[in-house]
Write a protein that binds this ligand. Sequence first.
Ligand code: HEM
Length: 146
Amino acid sequence: MYSLLKNVHSYWAYLILGVLILSILNAVVGKIKGKDFESKDLRLSLFGLIFSHIQLLIGLVLYFVSPWFDQWGNLGMKGVMNDVQTRLYLVEHPFTNILAIVLITMGWSLHKRQSDPEKKFLRIALFYSLGLLLLLIRIPWNAWLG
Ligand code: HEM
């Protein structure tokens, strides 16, 4: 169960980063070129939203079944916070990524409230970029690609 979830979470991350980058580039180009916001634009941004929500769910379950979680009991709050690795897995990665997904969700809802295509593209470009930035700064890169 644990290694299956960890593998899915690990591969799903490629998918998310890819789709987010595509949505952002698409929104930036759409805004700059003054394009209409079409159904393909809606679909691409929706994929970004859905994929990141699925990752959130997988991450939440993984959190409790991962051996890292036992470190709360072994080290205590202070010990977890004093160790760079455990702090990354148990505190920084989850919280930063939840915040990233909140931003992505905000971008999605804010774009829906606009009717002007330029404003729609801008909301997606801005909020998805902020979300992506947060994801990138707290991915455990060494474990992932190492
Ligand atoms: C879009 C959001 C997220 C992305 C892109 C992401 C990406 C990743 C990546 C690439 C890894 C390393 C996997 C590996 O070692 O092969 C990882 C590990 C992990 N993630 Fe996430 N994650 C996200 C959200 C979350 C959330 C919200 C939680 C928890 C609430 C979470 C919990 C974990 C845990 C516990 C591990 C360590 C698993 C282990 O090595 O035992 N992740 N994540």
